[in-house]
Write a protein that binds this ligand. Structure first.
Ligand SMILES: [Zn+2]
Length: 265
């Protein structure tokens, strides 16, 4: 597998035709995922309506591909709707569009000869990460087109105190023991280094939802507000920022309450 399968792959998001809609409907029915099916039918109906009736307004801006859109594509799963989530031109999600601005602030502050590690890298960020005045490494467990393939985040091969900045989006929900993974990220950070981490969840909800098994999209859990205290057990003084305020002047389609976890060593 390559990074082309990652969200944020920098490729146009494929529109679902009637065949894909029928196939997804059948799959969710077969799996008896009734809530997911209900949400899918609503969000995809609105997408189809938007494809059919194009409007001339340019309401949303995507900084990843520097294009405007009448609407972003709505997604849903068993836990929530994600309205105006995906840029149709480059597949970026809200978190990518917000982090595009946030990352640049942190990159400017890096010390000389800094090393940056990007776990499960999204090509959406390559424009700002490749060719900068720092060493940039990518790693993943499944993907082959990275600098360090087959890296298990629960048991990283890197020496302690290697990286000045670690970027990691939507990985921990796929990992059996996320606390061990956090400790590994802490271990490989340099003193003074920073981890910028996102995980899927509803941070208005007090508790993390544990599925007890891998759910249909490969997640062990959907995070709640309690994750902050578990994050702080590994990163004392760890903090969060609401990514919706990453670019207050333009509508980049970021859901309010999408948290960025910031850990410093
Ligand atoms: Zn885009």
């Amino acid at each position: 597998m390559t990074t082309a399968v990652n969200p944020g792959a920098l490729v146009p998001f494929p529109r679902k035709g009637i065949r894909e809609v029928m196939s997804e409907t059948w799959k969710l029915t077969h799996q008896q995922e009734w809530i997911s099916l209900f949400r899918f039918l609503i969000s995809e109906s609105i997408n189809q309506w938007n494809y059919l009736i194009p409007r001339s307004t340019t309401k949303f801006y995507c900084p990843i591909c520097d294009r405007q859109s009448e609407a972003f594509i709505h997604l849903s799963n068993q836990t929530r709707f994600s309205w105006n989530s995906v840029c149709p031109h480059c597949s970026s999600r809200g978190r990518h569009r917000a982090l595009f601005f946030i990352y640049q602030g942190y990159l400017r502050e890096l010390p000389l000869n800094a090393k940056v590690l990007h776990v499960a890298p999204e090509p959406a960020f390559y424009r700002i990460l490749r060719g900068g005045p720092f060493t940039y490494h990518t790693s993943d467990f499944y993907l082959d087109d990275v600098d360090f393939p087959r890296e298990d985040i629960q048991r990283l091969s890197f020496k302690s105190e290697t990286y000045d900045l670690i970027l990691c989006n939507h990985v921990l929900e796929h990992v059996p023991d996320d606390q061990v993974a956090l400790r590994e990220l802490f271990r490989v950070l340099q003193p003074g280094g920073v981890l910028l981490l996102t995980v899927p969840g509803d941070f208005e909800r007090p508790e993390t939802k544990y599925f007890g098994h891998l759910n249909y999209n490969g997640h062990y859990r959907d995070y709640g507000r309690d994750f902050l205290s578990r994050f702080r057990q590994v990163f004392p003084g760890g903090d969060v920022a609401d990514m919706a305020s990453a670019h207050p002047q333009r509508n980049i389609g970021v859901r309010k309450g999408e948290w960025l976890f910031i850990g410093k060593k």
